[in-house]
Each structure stands twice: as C-alpha cells, then as structure tokens.
Ligand binder design. Structure first.
Ligand code: 5GP
Length: 177
C-alpha cells in the first residue's frame, strides 16, 4: 500500500487489512472458548476502538452484550492523579464478566485510572482486549488478556486510530514514516 498523508505527516503501511482481520478472528476464537458458558459484557472505549469492537463482535459465537463508552479525564483536586469519568456506562456490572475493548494501550495510564471504577462495581471478572500494545511505552503496568499486536513505540493511525481527527477510516494500520 502507498504511504498516506494526514495533515502535515506521512505514514507508511504497517499492518495490512488481511493481517488485522486474521488476528481478530484468532482473538475471537480464544474469547469464544474462554467464555463458552458465560455471557460477557464488552465495554468498548470510544473513539478509537469502534472498528476493532465491531469486527471482533462479528466473530463471537457466545452470548455477548456490548456497550460503548467515552472516557473523560481531568485533573482531580487531590494529588492522586487524573480522575477518569465514563460517559455512557449505565449497565449494572455487579456479577458480570466484563471485557474492556481498547484500540491501543500505550503508557497504560487511561486504563490504570479507569479500572478501579469498574472494580468498585464488583464484576465477576474483568479482562482487557486491546488490538495494539506498545510494551516499550509502559508506565502503568496492566494485565492484558487479549492482545492483537505488540508494536514498537511509534505513533500509528488507521483502523479507528486518528492523527488529529483524520485516518480513522483506513482499513490498514500505518506507522509514522
Ligand atoms: P495510554 O493511556 O495507554 O497511554 O493511551 C491510550 C490512548 O492513547 C489510546 O486509547 C489512544 O487514544 C491514544 N494513543 C496512544 N498511542 C497512540 C498511537 O500510536 N496512535 C494513536 N492514534 N493514538 C494513540
């Protein structure tokens, strides 16, 4: 695939549509097996995860529910770090098997700040599925149960991920040239 230009930057193809789709089938097969007798609730984090969540969900054969939420983070009054609020999370999570769906885990900060909110509601289980993971960027270690691709610490776009609003529509994933 030819490089793409978004705003002022050029990006080279990194993961093809075919490679991404194959990996998603593998992740879905693993989830189908792990949750065979359960009814998981997927919580997809907008905006970036919308394509991954949709494609993953198509390959599920277990009874599953999905909701889409948006995280807003702001500096709290205390020095304990950022406070994360979830917009659109109206389900009762008590006793549920939860799978968070993320596009990418970079430093891990977003989920690190958000997970306690979910744990507070006492789900039966809580796992994370992330299409991409940048292990070299980790600042807040997390246990990631389902990871599509571990990638170098370079900025990527496409397949739901944007650069300043653009690039989410691309079927492939591109890396900053
Ligand atoms: P973290 O809190 O793990 O550092 O970052 C998570 C969020 O940062 C992701 O959900 C995504 O929105 C954004 N992000 C991190 N790395 C990248 C990247 O390489 N490309 C894009 N487009 N967004 C990224």
């Amino acid at each position: 695939m030819a490089p793409v230009k978004l705003h002022d930057k050029t990006f080279d193809t990194y993961l093809s549509e075919e490679v991404i789709q194959e990996k998603i089938k593998e992740l879905a097969a693993q989830i189908n097996s792990d949750y065979a007798d359960k009814k998981p609730l997927f919580i997809a984090i907008l905006n970036g995860s919308f394509m991954f969540a949709a494609d993953l969900f198509k390959h599920l054969t277990v009874d599953a529910e999905i909701c889409f939420i948006k995280l807003a983070s702001y500096k709290g009054m205390k020095s304990s770090g950022n406070v994360v609020t979830a917009i659109g999370l109206d389900q009762d999570l008590f006793g549920r098997d939860i799978i968070i769906v993320e596009d990418i885990v970079d430093t891990g900060k977003t989920l690190h700040n958000f997970l306690p909110k979910l744990e507070h509601q006492q789900p039966a289980s809580l796992r994370i599925a992330s299409l991409l993971h940048k292990p070299d960027a980790t600042e807040f270690p997390l246990e990631l149960h389902y990871v599509g691709f571990s990638i170098p610490n370079k900025f990527v776009v496409g397949y739901g991920l944007d650069y300043d609003g653009l690039g989410r529509n691309l079927k492939e994933i591109y890396q900053l040239a």
